[in-house]
Write a protein of this length. Structure first.
Length: 125
């Protein structure tokens, strides 16, 4: 029985000694990485879109009223265009017209319809 007690004490002491030794060790340094991606946004300038030709794009269609007050659209056989600027006396609802200008797809508008189109000139159709 005495031998068992001695062995039990030895095992417990050994285990505790191992724990003490482990706590005395200097903690390992975290791994280092050679390439850390940056989360900061890039400040490089964005390439600008090529300038529109001086004459712009020519489209024809019927002027229609938008769902929002004061919004005029050009209904074509293709896309619907939101008419920005231009001679409002020539842009009458129900009239067929040909407009020259530049599409402005990134332009924000409260009209919520069509691709914004900056009108330079209007011809009756």
């Amino acid at each position: 029985m005495a031998l068992r007690s001695v062995l039990l004490v030895a095992v417990v002491a050994s285990a505790l000694g191992g724990c003490a030794a482990a706590s005395d060790e200097t903690p390992a340094a975290p791994p280092s990485f050679s390439a850390v991606p940056s989360l900061a946004p890039s400040l490089a300038p964005r390439p600008s879109a090529p300038a529109a030709a001086p004459t712009g794009m020519t489209i024809s269609g019927e002027v229609v009223e938008g769902v929002e007050t004061g919004c005029l659209l050009l209904k074509t056989t293709g896309p619907l265009y939101l008419l920005i600027g231009g001679d409002r006396t020539a842009l009458q609802v129900g009239k067929r017209v040909t407009v020259v200008g530049t599409p402005q797809p990134d332009l924000m508008s409260t009209c919520q319809q069509g691709t914004p189109f900056q009108v330079v000139s209007v011809r009756g159709g």
